[in-house]
Design a binder for this molecule. Structure first.
Ligand SMILES: Cc1cc2nc3c(=O)[nH]c(=O)nc-3n(C[C@H](O)[C@H](O)[C@H](O)COP(=O)(O)OP(=O)(O)OC[C@H]3O[C@@H](n4cnc5c(N)ncnc54)[C@H](O)[C@@H]3O)c2cc1C
Length: 462
């Protein structure tokens, strides 16, 4: 008789957990995976996928407006929020079923319950009270929205979780936060016609992104009618019937139909019984402490994805889950490389970025060249839209390697995925220059920028 009920118990049926369960089962392991909410996790149920569907829907407004310059007369368009929500829900349910079917097809067994540790090898399934023993455990419980300090009226505030299920489109919404989720929702609601105000405590939105990107995105968002107030926080929210008043730290107040906070996310480590298993939390980032192979402080327990708070993106969680399963059950040790991960912000216009910002490159390298251009897209010449594209390359001029690429403009995410391959392959500026442009396109500017706009040389310390 086997020593344990299963070889692997996965806690969490999100992007990382599902990949790990399927790959481990494919290697012959007996796998059980617990999900307390819906299979697919944040990305599929209340993250990337429904968000991108909203982005695509809200973009239609721009297309309709832009069409006039190309000769189109479009009768007054109307938008029906409940139709969008119903169609989105149908697609998410289809994806959830596909995730479930794929896991079952791999041979792993799904249990629809919250699972918590009794000890390092024993899990309790809260739905039934049953216990299951496992040789290995993978913690893939993901993250959840922060609500911030308990300000008066916090119970009136929604997060991105609820934003996906509003019964009607708010006429106005105040969104606190300056990160990618806040800005994406700001542009989504503005695109559908809501009056949007963004409140952010820092001096500019998109902290951590290249400074030129931050300035450019803010200008474009303001150009699209979104009010951005920085250096300020929401201190109190009052409800008056169906309307809310947010009182700001600058002394002013703003009335809106909805108030949403998108002020960061935290790893789901609470009430998991981690202390019973002996799993250590990383004191710096609040996630589960892991090494480069996703091993926790307990030899048979691993953790991947957002619960480790390393790089909180779906493809990263998937890659970490796959690497874990290959290492433990496939005898193939793979270390996930967390550098040069391309990422996007699906605001409007969107941001695509990979590698180092100008500031990071200057800290790391002695000589840095900056190539940058900002121009009106061809489409805007006829549509009349007041918008500009930003393209920027950051080059370590000692080696000529392109170490960063930042784009703001339509299709930036699609472009940056391909550029990320070049950067991963350590392409040089000379390689970019040797590539013949594809004309007429936006991306051709990336291979036609000849002269640096700035050259930073670090002075040797005295
Ligand atoms: C609004 C939004 C937009 C996003 N957009 C993007 C994007 O465009 N691109 C991108 O790459 N990333 C995006 N992300 C981030 C992405 O969704 C996450 O990085 C990814 O889902 C992490 O996967 P995971 O497997 O670590 O965790 P999750 O996908 O969060 O899965 C964890 C699962 O564990 C379950 N669970 C938790 N505790 C237990 C327990 N004790 N027992 C049983 N089940 C449990 C949860 O219910 C959940 O289903 C977005 C996130 C949000 C919120």
């Amino acid at each position: 008789m086997a020593e344990f009920d299963v070889d692997l118990f996965v806690i969490g049926g999100g992007s990382g957990g599902v990949r790990a369960a399927r790959i481990a089962a494919g290697h012959g392991a007996r796998v059980m995976i617990a999900e307390e909410y819906r299979m697919g996790g944040t990305c599929v149920i209340r993250g990337c996928v429904p968000k991108k569907l909203f982005v695509l829907g809200s973009h239609v407004r721009h297309e309709i407006t832009d069409a006039a310059g190309f000769g189109w007369t479009i009768p007054t368009a109307t938008f029906d929020w409940p139709t969008l929500i119903a169609n989105k829900d149908k697609e998410i349910a289809r994806l959830e079923a596909a995730y479930t079917a794929n896991v079952e097809k791999s041979g792993a067994r799904i249990v629809k319950t919250r699972a918590v540790f009794e000890d390092a090898h024993t899990l309790q399934l809260l739905a039934s009270g049953e216990t299951v023993s496992a040789k290995y455990v993978l913690i893939a419980t993901g993250g959840a929205p922060n609500h911030g300090p308990k300000i008066p009226g916090i119970e009136h505030v929604i997060s991105s979780n609820e934003a996906f299920h509003l019964t009607e489109l708010p006429r106005s919404i105040l969104i606190q936060g300056g990160g990618y989720i806040a800005l994406e929702f700001a542009c989504i609601f503005a695109g559908f016609g809501s009056d949007v105000t963004v409140i952010y405590r820092g001096d500019n939105i998109l902290r951590g992104f290249d400074e030129d990107v931050r300035t450019h995105v803010r200008r474009e968002m303001e150009q699209n009618g979104i009010t951005v107030i920085t250096g300020c926080t929401v201190e109190k929210v009052d409800r008056h019937g169906d309307e809310y008043t947010s009182h700001l730290s600058n002394g002013s107040s703003i009335a809106s139909d909805k108030v949403m906070f998108a002020i960061g996310r935290h790893p789901c480590v609470a009430n998991l019984g981690l202390e019973k298993a002996g799993v250590t939390i990383n004191s710096k980032n609040g996630g589960i402490e892991v090494d480069a192979f996703s091993r926790t402080s307990v030899p048979n327990i691993y953790a991947i994805g957002d619960v480790t708070n390393r790089v909180n993106l779906t493809p990263v969680a998937i890659r970490e889950g796959h690497a874990f399963a290959d290492a433990v059950f496939g005898k193939r040790q793979v270390k996930v490389n967390h550098t040069d991960i391309p990422t996007a912000v699906f605001c409007q216009p969107e941001v695509g970025t990979v590698g180092l910002t100008e500031i990071q490159a200057r800290e790391r390298f002695g000589r840095v060249d900056i190539y940058k251009t900002s121009f009106k897209p061809l489409k805007a010449t006829l549509s009349g839209r007041d918008t500009r594209i930003l393209m920027k390359l950051v080059v370590d001029s000692m080696t000529d390697r392109v170490v960063g690429c930042h784009i703001v403009g339509d299709a930036a995410a699609e472009i940056i995925q391909a550029i990320a391959i070049a950067i991963k392959m350590k392409a040089t500026k000379a390689d970019f220059d040797a590539t013949i442009a594809l004309h007429p396109s936006t991306a051709e500017e990336l291979v036609t920028m000849r002269t640096p706009v700035a050259r930073h040389v670090r002075q040797a310390a005295e």
